[in-house]
Design a protein around this ligand. Structure first.
Ligand SMILES: CC(C)(COP(=O)(O)OP(=O)(O)OC[C@H]1O[C@@H](n2cnc3c(N)ncnc32)[C@H](O)[C@@H]1OP(=O)(O)O)[C@@H](O)C(=O)NCCC(=O)NCCS
Length: 184
């Protein structure tokens, strides 16, 4: 089963380790790889700043990845979606698909948001395909929008509205329950 659980003190080390994995780092648009101190500050902010919320994605109770929302205090009732699976064994097996359904329910059912949006590097096929499969629509293409290791990279802007998720969620949940990926 795939679940989202609240962050714990011990997750800080694991998240730093995951953040340094080349397959995670290559898709991150932060200015530079964070120092240990910067990571600790980010982790503490994630747990205390009301503008952000984050959960560990677990598979069979074992940590697999991270999902965060940013910009929650915006009066537009929208949040930025950021995620990754840090554990290589968890990728490409439907964990991302399940985490999205759980995450979009947090956003639209629990938090009552109006919109969730994401900025994805244009050559990140796995993220673009996974997010399209759960209802994110392509809203824009931003040329040379981020500098990754000094090189300009294009970014695709994705978004999903609350009404769209309410239309899709029953079928999305049902197929994951049938595949024993999430609890019914
Ligand atoms: C992006 C990510 C979260 C997707 O999660 P995942 O568990 O690997 O994806 P899933 O197994 O749920 O697959 C969902 C869809 O994406 C497709 N997909 C998965 N990996 C893929 C890959 N490497 N290339 C192309 N498509 C891929 C699957 O075929 C599936 O589509 P389908 O339902 O039509 O078959 C995960 O691969 C990851 O963490 N990647 C590295 C970090 C990253 O890119 N983070 C996102 C930054 S925006």
């Amino acid at each position: 089963m795939i679940e989202l659980r609240d962050l714990r003190d011990e997750d800080e080390d694991l998240l730093f380790q995951w953040r340094s994995e080349p397959e995670v780092d290559r898709w991150m648009s932060d200015a530079a790889f964070p120092s240990r101190e910067a990571h600790a500050g980010w982790f503490s902010g994630l747990r205390s700043d009301p503008d952000m919320q984050g959960w560990l994605i677990t598979r069979g109770g074992v940590p697999a990845g991270l999902l965060t929302f940013t910009g929650l205090l915006s009066h537009h009732r929208r949040a930025g979606w950021n995620w990754f699976l840090g554990s290589a064994e968890a990728r490409g097996r439907g964990v991302g698909r399940a985490a999205q359904v759980l995450g979009l329910d947090r956003a639209f059912v629990e938090l009552g948001l109006h919109k969730v949006f994401a900025e994805v590097m244009a050559d990140n096929d796995a993220a673009l395909k996974a997010q399209a499969a759960s209802g994110f629509r392509r809203e824009g293409y931003l040329r040379g929008h981020v500098l990754k290791n000094g090189a300009p990279r294009d970014v695709v802007l994705l978004g999903i509205l609350a009404d769209e998720w309410h239309e899709l969620r029953e079928a999305a949940r049902r197929s994951l329950v049938e595949a024993h990926l999430i609890a019914g």
